[in-house]
Write a protein that binds this ligand. Structure first.
Ligand code: FES
Ligand SMILES: [Fe+2]
Length: 352
């Protein structure tokens, strides 16, 4: 199961700041790509394989708007076409590499891994508060030695925070509170309110709230790899309305973008938006450290699970009540995989 990928989607491939000046090699969905930035500032994503004798283009230099092969100097533009073959005037049509559609957003480079004709910037998940006044941003990246589907399970699973993340975003108060899951369009939402509870460590740290609070945590998943957790707290007893949530002294929207690297390793890009201390660099650094600590707690578990699954490929997980989001996610994934395969197999007719 772990090698099942949805291809027609935007996948986070790199931080924008990673892509200049030289080329960057990245494996996405078991395919080796090279990213580079042209002189004009555009990010290009090409298959990392010269069509001549298959040298890795990522080891070559960028020349203007082209990337040169390190072996015999053939040059390729952002569209994958060869622009120069040293020692020869004619450039045959076969002198090209696959080029993948690219967009930059939210400080990340996203690559479309499927049919280029279907690449639509509108398919990228919109993050409304990003760049808005009052919202601070912190970021992270790590490579998990775990298959993307198991990480996806973790990101639609609020129940684990009470046990795994006691140092940061969880405490004992939530461990028996039921989670509920709903589906709205292509987003699965799974979460709960934990009422009349002592504030978890991060809320105490950044708000000074000492008394009891009502805290919400809603996990959202949009296949294949876009996830966000809406997490916040206010004084216990206030109405649970969107207006009160907007006014809460602590609210964090924590995004994670999962991109399969290989069958059992995954790029994990993260982005946290917070509604306080928006422009404070020290808070940004603290948040980056805090979320690294939190994700490392998941990573240790997920990598141990992966080793166990690799050793025993026939294991089937049992299900418990708090898996309601996981069950929906796996069902939805199976439907999406079937739909994508059916589309790929359908004969395409061209008219006009
Ligand atoms: S292998 Fe790339 S130019 Fe020869
Ligand atoms: Fe977690």
């Amino acid at each position: 199961m772990s090698g099942d990928y949805l291809f027609n989607a935007w996948y986070a491939a790199a931080a924008c700041t990673d892509v200049a000046p030289g080329p960057t090699a990245r494996t996405l969905l078991e395919q080796r790509l090279v990213l580079f930035r042209t002189e004009a500032g555009q990010v290009a994503a090409l298959r990392d394989r010269c069509p001549h004798r298959f040298a890795p283009l990522s080891q070559g230099p960028v020349h203007g708007d082209t990337l040169a092969c390190p072996y015999h100097g053939m040059r390729f533009g952002a569209d994958g076409r060869c622009t120069r073959i040293p020692g020869q005037d004619r450039i045959p049509d076969a002198a090209r590499v696959d080029a993948f559609p690219v967009i930059e957003a939210y400080g990340l480079v996203f690559v479309w891994m499927g049919d280029p004709a279907l690449a639509d910037p509108a398919a990228l998940t919109a993050i409304a508060p990003y760049g808005q006044p009052g919202w601070g941003v912190s970021r992270g990246y790590d490579l998990f030695q775990a298959c993307w589907q198991n990480i996806a399970d973790n990101l639609i699973d609020p129940a684990h925070t009470s046990f795994v993340h006691q140092r940061t975003i969880g405490n004992d108060a939530g461990d028996d509170v039921r989670v509920t899951a709903t589906e709205e369009g292509d987003v699965i939402r799974c979460g709960r309110w934990v009422d009349n509870a002592p504030p978890v460590p991060v809320v105490r740290r950044y708000t000074g709230l000492q008394g009891l609070v009502d805290r919400w945590q809603f996990y959202h998943y949009r296949l294949p790899g876009t996830t966000w957790v809406d997490f916040g707290a206010f004084e216990a007893g206030r109405p649970h309305t969107p207006e009160e949530q907007d006014r809460a002294p602590y609210r964090v929207l924590s995004y994670a973008f999962l991109t399969p690297c290989t069958r059992d390793s995954t790029h994990y890009f993260s982005l946290q938006l917070r509604n306080f201390a928006a422009d404070d660099e020290a808070t940004t650094r603290e948040f980056e450290a805090l979320y690294k600590l939190t994700f490392d707690e998941d990573k240790v578990l997920l990598e141990a699970i992966q080793r166990e699954e690799n050793a025993h490929p026939d294991l089937t997980p049992m299900r418990i009540a708090s898996d309601t989001g996981v069950v929906r996610l796996r069902r939805r994934l199976a439907e999406c995989l079937a739909a994508e395969r059916a589309h790929a197999e359908r004969p395409h007719t061209h008219t006009g």
